[in-house]
Each structure stands twice: as C-alpha cells, then as structure tokens.
Design a binder for this molecule. Sequence first.
Ligand code: TRP
Length: 459
Amino acid sequence: MAAPVAENNQQAGNPAQWSSRFAFIMAAVGSAVGLGNIWKFPYITGENGGGAFVLVYLACIAVIGLPLMMAEVMLGRRGGKSPIGTMTSVAASEERSKGWAGIGIMATLAAFLILSFYSVIAGWTMPYILSAVSGDFSGIAAEESGALFGGLLASPGELLLWHSIFMGLTVLVSAGGVRHGLERAVTKLMPALFVLLLILVGYAMTTGHFGEAVSFLFKPDFSALTAEAILVALGHAFFTLSLASGAMMAYGAYLKKDVPIARTSVVVAIMDTGVALLAGLAIFPIVFAHGLEPGAGPGLIFVTLPVAFGQMAGGSFFATLFFVLLLFAAWTSSISMLESLVSYLNEKGVSRVKAAVGGGLVAWLVGVTTVLSLNEWSGFTPLDMFARFEGKTLFDLYDYLTANIMMPLGALLTAVFVGWKMKPEHSAAELGGWHRLWFPIIRYLSPIALLIVFYFNLK
Ligand code: TRP
C-alpha cells in the first residue's frame, strides 16, 4: 500500500509529483550530471594536479555532499514547497526564527546566478554539434581546434545566439512543468550518456596512455595539493550534486512519502561521481596521447576532445552524439536551476509560464555579461583591489562567488539548521534507519569541516 502523501504537496499551484522513485532518481541525476561532470571536473582536476585533488573531492562528496543532499531532500519533502517556502514553513513548524528562510533565498539566488553563466557554456555545445555533423573535426590538429574554440569565444554575437537558444530551451521545459517533459527525457538520455561515456573510455584505452591517466586521476601526490584546491574540490562537490542551490530541495518536495531518501541519495551521488570519473578516464588518455596540457583549463573539452574525435573512425558520428548528449545533460541541469525560482513565484500566484519566462529573461540578461566577459570585457576585472579576486572577470567572479562562497555558506547554514535547530525526531521520521549514521555527521562533522574550509578561505 502506498504511504499517504504530504498534504501541502497537493496544494493548487504545486501539484507536481514524481511518478516513482526511479523518476526522482533520473531527475536528480539529470540535475546532478551536467557540465560540472563532463566539462568542469576534468579541467579542475587537471589544473589542481590530479590524484590528490580527486581524493579530496571524493571525500567531500561522501562526507559533506551526500549527507547534505539527504538533508536537502528531507527538508524539501517535509516542507513540500519551493526552497524559500519550504525553509519558511519548516522553520515555523520547528518554532525557529523566520530568518532561516534565508537559506532558501540564498539558494535560489545562487541557482539563478549559476543558470546565467551555465546557459552561456551549455550554448557552446550547439556550434560543436554543427561542426561535428559537418565533419569539421576530422584530422583537425590541436592548434586548429584551439583556434576554432578561440574564434567562438571571441565572437559575442555567436555566443549570444547560442546562449539565447539554450535559455529558450530551458524556459520551454520549465514552463511546461517538471513531470512530463523532464521525466520522460531524463530516463532515456541519462542511460544513453552513460553508454556513450563507456564507449569513449573504451577508445581512450586504445591510446596507449590509459595507465598514465589512471595514475594521474588516482595516484595522489599531496605535494600538488593547495588550500585553494581543497576549497575548489568542496565547491565542486556542491556544484556537481546541485546542492546549496535549492535544486534538491525543490525536487524533494515532489517526492512521495514512501521513497527512502537516504538510499536514493546514495544512488544519485554514486551515479554522479561515476560519470565524472568516467569523463576523466575518457579525456585524460587523449590529452596525454596528444602531448597536451591536463591543466589547460576550461578549453579542455572543447579543444582536446575534437582532436581525438577527428582521429577516430566514425569520429564525426561520435562527436555529434557526444555534444548532443552534453547539451541534454546541461539542459536537464539548467531546468533544475530555474526550478527554485519558478516554484517560488508559482507559490506566490504567478503562473508557471510567466514565472519561467520572466526568470529566464532576467537570467539571460545577466548571462550577457558572461558572454562579454569572454571577449569585449575580458579586461574588465572590477575587484582587482582584492588580491583574491585579482584578474577575475565578471564570469570568473560569478563562478567564484557561487561555488566557493554562497554554496559552502548555504551548506553550513543547512547543516546547522538540521543538526541543531530541527528536532531529530522530525528528520528521523523522513530518513528512517539511516538517521543514526547521518545525524552525527550533519551535526558535528559537516559544520566543522565547513568551518575549517572557511578559515582557510578567509585567512
Ligand atoms: N550539477 C550540475 C552540474 O554538475 C549543475 C547544477 C544543476 C547545479 N543544478 C544546479 C548547480 C543547481 C547548482 C545549482 O553540471
């Protein structure tokens, strides 16, 4: 027999609910698996020296990310509303200050800011699909590939076009509601992405440099590890699991009461981490085989991979497939970023269509400043007076502010709230047997780890 459903999930204006546990997993994995796994993880690993960074990242996922995901899904299901609405109502039912709604507000803002630049980067996949279809990559040399990417970044008009289309796609699905479009899409696209990554890993094994990549990813050299890198790893753990940004809270609100939150979160985190590691195993052997720099930065996937595809039999076909799936992976993520805001506005009586269009439009506008950061405004680094922000463009600053400041801070506040301000019986009612393991972690370990990170960050 199905357990009763939380009443507030049934309110007008917020009628959505996942049809099954599987649907939630696919939606959550759809949110989690995105550019962060396939684009960002490999390049930040490359920039931060490999193995030791990966180890810190895995620890961040297991010790801080996963318990926090459980906390967010738990809060979401308990509140049954948008992240702002959820934090407001859970704080009230716990007889705590209204100020705790700030967690929801900051989360919604972070997701919104991320969406603004995420859309610009996701847009890059579209000209790459076109190039792949027309065989532009076949036999391409590393320098040509670099020039192709450089040309795209140097062209504000082109970037703007793809950014606009991607934001339009995001708004389109968001306006139609979460359940049907998203549920159906992710259940097909996520397994397909997984299969394709396995094929690419298989190819990478034939380059003769697979072992080099394995030791780069898994052999820790702690002398390469900096305090800054630890912060980057933690920030990325939040980013890749879509945490401290309302996405999991919003999706948790649509979860049926009989779905086990803890076990389901473990599955989501494992799938997300698996995809990131596979992406690394697909990309680094190719990087090494071509004598390229693993620390190449953001261009890694858009410069290096085309070179590899250009030398594969059937490379145009695989490249097309790869960038199409990257686009869809980004798409299912971007929708979850808009969800915090859309569900909030929806609660306030704005129709879903208006909320999605309005939110998308403002995010698009902020995204234009990211487009310009890549070319016309590349010399505009407004916070140069602070050593920490020196040389950072607006785009760099959005990325830094969200991943390194807002998300860890939101995570800290969430851990303090569920660990110290919420009655343990209430969280136990949602988490079941796992609560005994989870509670001491979220109460002591997570806040302490987060405080240490802040100390090193602000020192
Ligand atoms: N997890 C996604 C990725 O790795 C990014 C993402 C999706 C996200 N939804 C989010 C990040 C909400 C922050 C907030 O690409």
